[in-house]
Design a binder for this molecule. Sequence first.
Ligand code: CA
Length: 219
Amino acid sequence: MRLLLVEDDPMIGEALLDLLRAEHYAVDWVRDGAMADTALRTQHYDVVLLDLGLPKRDGIEVLQALRARRDRTPVLVATARDAVADRVAGLDAGADDYVVKPYDTSELLARIRALVRRGAGVAEPVFSHQGVTLNPATREATLDGQPVPLSAKEWAVLEPLIARPGVVLSRAQLEEKLYGWKDDISSNAIEVYIHGLRKKLGSGFIQTVRGLGYLVPRE
Ligand code: CA
């Protein structure tokens, strides 16, 4: 899953980047409102973590512009502890949720997981399909009730596919979930992870749609 982190404070930004990458999110970090706007116009994100007080363009303006484009990307607004008015303004401008600074990291991660699920149209906290379950909170995968060890990259490829059975994702779309801007992408990486997943989950769990990409079949 790919996140946009919008935060101008370098220390908070570095800490969040480490935290989110340790959770295996692909994260792009921008430090002002204009960059956030550009990133949101050019890249699809599963969740945006948006600070409100930003150089160049206020977070509220970025959010309003996003919603004015009818872009429904889930947005988690970050506000200062005592700023009730900021929270109200953020929600009214189209934020899906908010977190209070300084962050409680476990709460932040839980709210991000909830928004990822909501963005996928899934209400249950665990993805479950055809005998395979993925629990993003514990990062445990099972096949027919038995634990299946998945690498972080395998997980990153499988999660968006199992979140939307029947939907084809292209190799480029899967790469977006896997890598931030600064990562190198080796040309056959996705195929390697798909191959690994098929060995662990059964060859039919992920199907190749020739010329288009991959999907987890609905039935
Ligand atoms: Ca700020």
